[in-house]
Write a protein that binds this ligand. Structure first.
Ligand code: RNT
Ligand code: ZN
Length: 408
């Protein structure tokens, strides 16, 4: 099947071998938080911050050992280059609060990442699920002691990120996302943003190695219980990032349903050296459904591949589903991302761009439709084979469910 597919793609001027070689080098950062419904290990308590996991599927990882075991199992079923995306709430054995976290609280994660051969670790300050989220606010709080606490937390995270980068010998993306906002019509939209700006300025005043640590800011349109106003909006962060030479992180669940992150990627690539992504799937009010091999995901992958931006766009996953087997959710989303990248790699973009420039939109439309029924599946199968990964992951996961998860 692969040999036939290879021949057919060749007639379109596409070399499947090159595509397979490229695909296995594109790193995807996989979020640890799908494994435990974003609860974390530092005793922060129930999930807050306008995000929610729904469902009560049995077998949630309840501690470090269980989470590690699940990650190890799930990652073993994923093809390609993998990074681990950690939240600060996954600190190990800390007796201090989040403003005083140190690299030593994450050493066990570094040991684990090395043990399972990951390419790098990315990091996120955790500014939710904590008693110091006061009236729903963190870095934009009018309460100075609260604002300062979270500034200190972010500064601590930059140090930890540098440690990850040094240990793993690969950059560490630090993504700042805050839940701050209001449920109903606010009386002041400016002051919270000025306070957020001040907080970010204070955080970035810390000296950190820009080659090792990439700082990003993640905007959002609304959250659950935070429907009317979000301090860290898209315009706010894009301007802040541009003026302060940091990076924007686009979460494709964080925009109006008719706004597309695939279109935003080239807009930002015009001005930024790096663009970070949280790949997810928005469904109505929820921004965090499991990623599937769908049209918008394909468009996102196309923008990365056809703009030669696989080294510029930092791909991370961000979703959490507690209604199905969590390992299956992890693997399904990661494989969907890889499929979308392969699909984009199996397209003769130069040819299609030429048609666009010649204004031959008739041929362009017909060719784009033709691509959809080329033997993509055969090339995907070949990729899995070369990665030593079986196409069927469900049998393994069901086995793990009956042997491990069902005992929890
Ligand atoms: C929330 C943001 C944020 C979180 C994670 C857990 O809307 O997407 O990235 O999902 O940090
Ligand atoms: Zn996100």
């Amino acid at each position: 099947m692969y040999e036939l597919a290879k021949k057919e793609y060749a007639t379109y001027g596409i070399d499947t071998e090159t595509a397979l070689e490229k695909l296995k080098e594109i790193p995807v950062s996989i979020h640890c938080w799908q494994g435990d419904d974003v609860i974390g290990l530092d005793g922060g308590g129930a999930l807050s911050g306008g995000i929610q996991t729904t469902g009560n599927y049995p077998g949630r990882a309840r501690n470090f050992e269980e989470l590690k075991a699940d990650i190890k199992k799930a990652f073993s079923l994923m093809p390609g280059k993998k990074r681990l995306n950690l939240h600060a709430s996954y600190a190990m054995g800390a007796t201090v609060d989040r403003d005083k976290y140190e690299p030593k609280h994450f050493k066990a994660w570094v040991d684990f990442a090395k043990e399972i051969g990951l390419q790098g670790i990315d990091f996120n300050p955790t500014m939710f699920s904590h008693k110091n989220v006061k009236d729903g606010l963190t870095l934009s709080s009018p309460d100075e002691s609260i604002r300062k606490f979270w500034v200190e937390h972010c500064k601590a995270c930059l140090k930890i990120a540098e440690y990850f980068a040094t240990e793993m010998n690969s950059h560490c993306l630090v993504n700042i996302w805050i839940p701050d906002g209001y449920k109903d019509v606010p009386a002041d939209r400016l002051a919270p943003r000025l306070r957020l700006k001040k907080s970010l300025d204070e955080i970035l005043s810390v000296k950190y190695d820009k080659k090792k640590v990439i700082v990003a800011v993640e905007s959002k349109v609304f959250g659950i219980g935070v429907e009317s106003y979000t301090v860290g909006s898209n315009e706010f962060y894009q301007n802040y990032a541009a003026k302060n030479d940091i990076c924007c992180l686009l979460d494709n669940g964080h925009y109006h349903p008719l706004e597309y992150v695939s279109d935003k990627i080239p807009a930002l690539l015009t001005f930024y050296d790096k663009v970070a992504l949280h790949v997810t799937r928005g469904v109505r009010w929820d921004s965090d459904h499991v990623v599937l091999f769908e049209d918008e995901l394909k468009e996102i992958a196309k923008e990365i591949v056809r703009n030669d931006a696989t080294g510029k766009v930092l791909i991370g996953l961000d979703y959490f589903d507690a209604s199905i087997n969590r390992l299956s959710a992890w693997v399904t989303g990661q494989r969907a991302m890889q499929k979308a990248l392969l699909y984009a790699l199996l397209t003769n973009h130069a040819k299609l761009k030429e048609l666009q420039d010649k204004a031959d939109f008739t041929t362009l439309m017909v060719k784009q439709e033709e691509y959809k029924t080329l033997p993509f599946g055969a090339v995907w199968k070949e990729y899995l084979k070369r990665e030593n990964i079986s196409e069927d992951y469900l049998t393994e996961i069901k086995k793990y469910e009956s042997e491990v998860l069902s005992n929890r």
